[in-house]
Write a protein that binds this ligand. Structure first.
Ligand code: EPZ
Length: 430
C-alpha cells in the first residue's frame, strides 16, 4: 500500500487549482440512470470513488466514455453516461462495501425501472450511517421494501407516487436520493427539512436541465412535480469546497500564501470567517480565494459542525490540525457524526495536546511545535489532517493508508509540491 512522506517546515506559496467536487459528482453520475439519453458531465475529478462508482454502473449496463478536456483553462475529465440498455437492477455488496455512495443508484433505478436490489452498506469509521430516512421516504412514495440477506429489495410495480415527506434530519444523501426518485414519480412530492448543501443545488441544476420540474433550490423545502421521462444534458461539476478549505488550511498552518483558483467563496463562508477569526487574512475574488498567513499569529477558535450553511463536518479534522499549533485553546464540537475524532490520537502522537470529552467535544490546546511520526487515519478527512500536521511538524511524517486520500483529493502530492511542500508518494506493492 502506498505511503506519503512529508518533511515538514516549508512555507507554502503559490496557486492551487481546485478540482470538481467528489460529493457533487457522485449523485450527478447516478442521475444518468434516470434517462436513456446521454448525460455528459464535465469537470469530474480523477478520484478512486468515481472509478468505483463507474465500475458499478458499467456492471449495471451503462455505456461510459471518458475524455480529457480543458475546463476553466485546466485539464479535467469529461464523462458521458448512457443508460439505454440496463441489464442489472442490483448493486451488489462487493461494489457497495468499497463505495458507500453507491446508494445513489437506489432512487433513480427504483423510480425508472420500478425495482431495485441494493446491498446495505453498513457503518464506517465515522459513524453507523443509517439509511432509514432514504428507505422510509421511498415507502411513503409507495415502494414496498424488504430487507433480506443484507440487501434492500424495493418494488413499486405501478411506479412511485408523489408524497409529502418530512425528513427527521437534513440528510444530504436522502435529499439527493429522494429528489432523483421524485422527478419521475406520479404527482407532486414535497420534501421538508431537505439538506441545502451546494452539491444538492448542483444536482437540481442537472435534473432541471434533463427536464425535471423542481422548485425551492437552496431552501429546506423542495417541491418536485414528476414528469413522464427525462432527456439528455451536459452539465459541469462545481468546485470542491472541502478541497478548497483543506488547502486554505495548508496555507494557514505553514504561514504561507495560497490562491485557490476556481474556489467558490460563497460555499465556504463559515470556514473562511473562522480562519479570519484565527488571524488569517482572506481575500474573496470572483473566481478564487487568497489565503494569506504570512507573518501572522494564529489563534485558537471554537467550531461547531452543523448542516450547511453551518460549519462543515468534512473540514473539522483539518481545522483541528491547525488548532494544534495555534496560540491558546480551541473547542471543537462534532454534531453530525458520532465517531469523527479518529485523527485525535494520531495528532497526539505528533505532540498535539487534545482532550476528548464525551464523543462530541474536544479541547485543543496549542503547542509550540509538532514532531513528525508514522501515522495513519481511518477516513479521508482525518488523513488530510495528518498531511497538514506533517507539513508543519519537525522532521519526517509518513502517512499510511493513502487509499483514503486517493478517494477524495485529486493529484494531492502534485498540488502540494507545486506550492513548495516537501512531499512524495512512496509506492509499495499491496
Ligand atoms: C454526505 O454524507 C457526505 N458524503 C459526507 O462526506 C458528509 O460528511 C455528510 O454528507 C454530511 O455533510 C457524500 O456526499 C458522498 P447525511 P451522507 O445523510 O449523505 C444521519 C466526506 O468526507 N442520517 O447528510 O451519508 C447520519 O447518521 C464524506 O466526503 C440518518 O440518521 O450524510 C448523520 O448523522 C464523509 N438516517 C446525518 O444524518 C439516514 O437515513 C447526516 O448524514 C441518513 C442520515
Amino acid at each position: 500500500m502506498d505511503k506519503i512522506k512529508i518533511i515538514g517546515g516549508n512555507t507554502l506559496n503559490g496557486k492551487i487549482y481546485i478540482s470538481g467536487a467528489k460529493n457533487a459528482a457522485l449523485p450527478l453520475v447516478c442521475a444518468s440512470l434516470l434517462t436513456k439519453d446521454a448525460i455528459t458531465l464535465q469537470n469530474v475529478p480523477a478520484l478512486s470513488d468515481i472509478t468505483f462508482l463507474n465500475s458499478l454502473l458499467k456492471y449495471m449496463g451503462l455505456k461510459i466514455t471518458e475524455k480529457e478536456e480543458i475546463f476553466d483553462q485546466h485539464p479535467t475529465k469529461t464523462y458521458t453516461y448512457q443508460a439505454d440498455d440496463i441489464k442489472e437492477l442490483i448493486a451488489p455488496y462487493d461494489f457497495v462495501r468499497k463505495m458507500r455512495a453507491s446508494y445513489y443508484v437506489l432512487g433513480p433505478v427504483l423510480t425508472r425501472f420500478h425495482h431495485v436490489e441494493f446491498s446495505l452498506p453498513g457503518g464506517c469509521a465515522i459513524g453507523a450511517r443509517p439509511m432509514d430516512i432514504h428507505l422510509s421516504s421511498l415507502e411513503q412514495m409507495g415502494a414496498s421494501i424488504e430487507i433480506k440477506n443484507g440487501y434492500v429489495i424495493a418494488d413499486a410495480p405501478e411506479g412511485l407516487k408523489g408524497a409529502h415527506i418530512i425528513f427527521s434530519k437534513a440528510s444530504v444523501g436522502a435529499t439527493c436520493n429522494i429528489l432523483m426518485a421524485a422527478v419521475l414519480a406520479n404527482g407532486i412530492t414535497k420534501i421538508e427539512n431537505a439538506a441545502k448543501e451546494p452539491e444538492i443545488g448542483n444536482l437540481i441544476d442537472l435534473l432541471i436541465a434533463m427536464g425535471a420540474k423542481i422548485s425551492g433550490r437552496d431552501t429546506s423545502i423542495l417541491t418536485i412535480e414528476g414528469v413522464k421521462e427525462l432527456h439528455g444534458a451536459t452539465h459541469a461539476v462545481i468546485a470542491d469546497r472541502i478541497e478548497a478549505g483543506s488547502y486554505a488550511i495548508a496555507a494557514a498552518i505553514t504561514k504561507g500564501k495560497i490562491e485557490l483558483i476556481n474556489a467558490c467563496a460563497e460555499h465556504l463562508q463559515q470556514p473562511l470567517r473562522t480562519l479570519e477569526r484565527m488571524g488569517v487574512s482572506v481575500e474573496e475574488k470572483e473566481n478564487s480565494i487568497i489565503i494569506d498567513a504570512q507573518n501572522k499569529t494564529i489563534f485558537g477558535e471554537d467550531i461547531y459542525t452543523d448542516y450547511y450553511p453551518g460549519f462543515p463536518t468534512d473540514l473539522q479534522a483539518q481545522f483541528m490540525a491547525l488548532m494544534t499549533v495555534a496560540e491558546g485553546a480551541s473547542l471543537v464540537t462534532e454534531s453530525i457524526w458520532e465517531n469523527r475524532f479518529m485523527h485525535v490520537p494520531e495528532l497526539c502522537r505528533m505532540g498535539a495536546n487534545i482532550n476528548i470529552h464525551g464523543h462530541a467535544s474536544a479541547i485543543v490546546r496549542g503547542v509550540k511545535k509538532l514532531s513528525g511520526a508514522p501515522v495513519m487515519a481511518t477516513d479521508l478527512r482525518a488523513s488530510f489532517a495528518l498531511v497538514l500536521a506533517g507539513l508543519v511538524a519537525e522532521g519526517e511524517t509518513i502517512v499510511n493508508r493513502v487509499y483514503h486520500l486517493d478517494r477524495g483529493y485529486e493529484h494531492l502530492e502534485e498540488k502540494l509540491k507545486a506550492v513548495g511542500a516537501n512531499i512524495e508518494r512512496i509506492k509499495e506493492p499491496d
